[in-house]
Design a protein around this ligand. Sequence first.
Ligand SMILES: [Zn+2]
Length: 323
Amino acid sequence: MKRVVLAADLGGTNIRVAAIDEQGTIEKRLQRPTHAHEGEASVLRSLFYALGEVYQAFPENRIKGVGVGIAGAIDIEKGIVTQSPNLVEFDGYPLRDKLQASFLKHLAILVDNDANLAAMGEKWKGAGVGVNDLICLTLGTGIGGGIIIRGNLVHGTDGMAGEVGHVTVDPQGPPCNCGNRGCLEALASATAIKREAIEALFTHPESELHQRCRHNPETITAELVYQSAQAGDQICRKIFQDMGRYLGIGIAGLVNIFNPEMVVLGGKVSKSWDMFFSFTQEEVHQRALKIPGTRVKIVPAVCGDDAGLLGAAYLVFHQKKLS
Ligand SMILES: [Zn+2]
């Protein structure tokens, strides 16, 4: 009898739930809206319904446990969401206790940061198979990070280790959501690319992005900037060049601190690889110490949106200390 873990990704817009077996095969999956704007009780109800739908599809003795990923700082010992950027009402929320008080009470339940789980998913079934020291960056609306050393996630004293998006890469840089300025997230995320593009349009009437966004800067996305860059627009190419360099500065610091074998880049911005990566690599070679800088392989993620779900399943299957 193959056992499964119910893995959930609690995002600001959608909740994704999957049943995953010990080989990493996804047996069932679904996606439901989070209803984040309707408040905490509504989000919890949506999560219960989504988990319940998958739960009911399996006999009870096949379900090994539950793993939930959420953006933000998580106290994994207590299963408390200390602070979440997508679900602000969840600050200080005892998510594991709430789940444990439901129909899931007989199961082991794990709650962790979504980027940490994505790193574990890439190590288990993605780009990092067989690699014990790896760092995974998720380049999306924000930038998440997960650090795995000797096969284990690094959580830090407060469960906030791996917040690579909030490492300063330009002291004079633009403000970041965290209150600091010049964070990697403020210079290399999809949000940063969009902001840079909107600013550039004011001074560059020749940019073909004007036509592409139908002269409405509000419709600009990182994908649209990428399409313009691919079509040869120099302004958009420069935006990816700068983004790539800042990313390289951030990665060089990580390489010097952790000496990882691999850095995995996921998230929607990583799809623009051909426009930014050579600049990232150049900065890493220039700034990282020679031995770790030469050794590190920087590669695209392969699990896509499933990385976090896979990581959650892996940890529930393999961690002994779960309540
Ligand atoms: Zn920040």
